[in-house]
Write a protein that binds this ligand. Structure first.
Ligand code: ARG
Length: 394
């Protein structure tokens, strides 16, 4: 009796890992269908299709998901103020649940029983993709070649790729692992694993070297409507365009590079270098606007939400109930987050220059030390007495 070949949908990026996975799965007898989510990656859809074809894959799904990514993943995280360990705006982490969602959809369309990904056993991405897949369709079987195959280093993967004639961009000299989307770039491995090594310029793809940034600053007006960035320099732009523009402008001024020793979900400390020009500009501008329009208690509470939110996203719990509840709080708080922030970009710095909002809680007549002061001095002594009472002996 002829055995039916098993169909598997591989989440394919065109990078070293998934290129090797593709070949390996074929060798294991699977009928491989590739799915690539275009979130603004290094590779164009054309390059991806050509590379997969070269490996003998006839069916390749490439979905342009930039708009869904911006509006349904980046935006909630921006509103929540999510930043992991103070330095990572979660570009990779936010993309994974979206990739998983579409992987599940393609599997349904193709009536495939299996899905595969190119994440390693040590990373966060296996957690993010697998938990999302299992929440969305528990019946799917997941194969993770990197957890089982004999290729245990990037060097051995490169050798395998060469032997199998798999087209790859990576070389043994430039051995970084790079993940890029419109919200930022994550760069690791190679010489970066040595903590004494400053990242070399060849590691960066979105930002200019600091030494080559313009000698004059650049001012940008960013307008938000209920927490969503809607205008750049008084021009309405959809979110994807606005982010892409800011990446270009910010990248030119070397904005948004960070270098983080981070705590992975699987317990390992690792070092990753990030570039996220648009993300940092928008994050800081949004926070600045919140400082102007949110009351003190809401602001304090939002700090807790931000911390929790970043951990949930990082640890692969995007589709959890708790994350939805945090979104609900955040969304409610964004009702008043409308207004304009002017930022100045200069030599890698984002400097807040102006803020304005119809919902501003700043009252000059209370803050001023000038003649128009309306603050009632008579209330102060009693207030200080009562406030300090629990801490003063007599
Ligand atoms: N450390 C980041 C995260 O867990 C990025 C992981 C992917 N990095 C990469 N260079 N491929 O979200």
């Amino acid at each position: 009796m002829a055995t039916k070949t098993k169909k598997i949908i591989l989440a394919y990026s065109g990078g070293l890992d998934t290129s090797c996975c593709l070949q390996w799965l074929k060798d294991k007898g699977f009928e491989v269908v590739c799915f690539s989510a275009d979130l603004g990656s290094e590779f164009s859809p054309k390059e991806l299709r050509a590379a997969a074809k070269k490996c003998g894959i006839s069916k390749v799904y490439i979905k342009d998901l930039k708009s869904e990514f911006a509006n349904d993943y980046i935006l909630p995280a921006l509103k929540a103020g999510a930043v992991y360990q103070n330095k990572y705006l979660l570009a990779t982490a936010l993309g994974r649940p979206l990739i998983a969602k579409h992987l599940v959809e393609v599997a349904k369309e193709e009536r495939a029983e299996f899905v595969a990904h190119g994440c390693s056993a040590k990373g966060n991405d296996q957690v993010r993709i697998e938990i999302a897949v299992r929440i969305l369709n528990p019946a799917l079987k997941i194969i993770a070649p990197l957890r089982v195959w004999e290729l245990t280093s990037r060097k051995s993967e490169i050798a395998y790729a060469i032997q199998k004639k798999i087209p790859i961009k990576t070389t043994t000299e430039k051995i970084y692992s790079i993940d890029k989307n419109i919200w930022g770039v994550s760069i690791e491995a190679g010489i970066l694993e040595d903590l004494d090594n400053e990242p070399k310029e060849d590691a960066f793809i979105m930002t200019n070297p600091l030494e080559r940034t313009p000698a004059v600053p650049c001012y940008l007006d960013i307008e938000f409507d209920k927490g969503k960035p809607v205008k750049l320099n008084n021009k309405s732009l959809d979110l994807v365009n606005l982010i892409e523009k800011l990446n270009k402008i910010g990248g030119n001024h070397c904005i948004g590079r960070t270098d983080l020793i981070e705590d992975r979900t699987v317990g390992i400390k690792s070092r990753e270098v990030y570039e996220a020009p648009a993300a940092w500009i928008l994050h800081l501008a949004h926070k600045e606007l919140e400082a102007l329009v949110l009351d003190k208690q809401t602001l304090y509470f939002k700090e807790l939400i931000s911390l929790q939110y970043s951990q949930l996203v990082y640890q692969g719990l995007w589709f959890s109930k708790i994350k939805q509840s945090l979104d609900a709080f955040t969304e409610k708080a964004q009702n008043v987050v409308s207004g304009k922030i002017t930022v100045k970009l200069y030599k890698g710095n984002i400097i807040i220059s102006k803020r304005s909002s119809k919902n501003s809680l700043y009252k000059k007549e209370l803050a001023t030390y000038g003649e128009k002061d309306k603050f009632n001095r008579d209330w102060a002594e009693g207030f200080v007495n009562i406030w300090g009472m629990p801490f003063i002996d007599k």
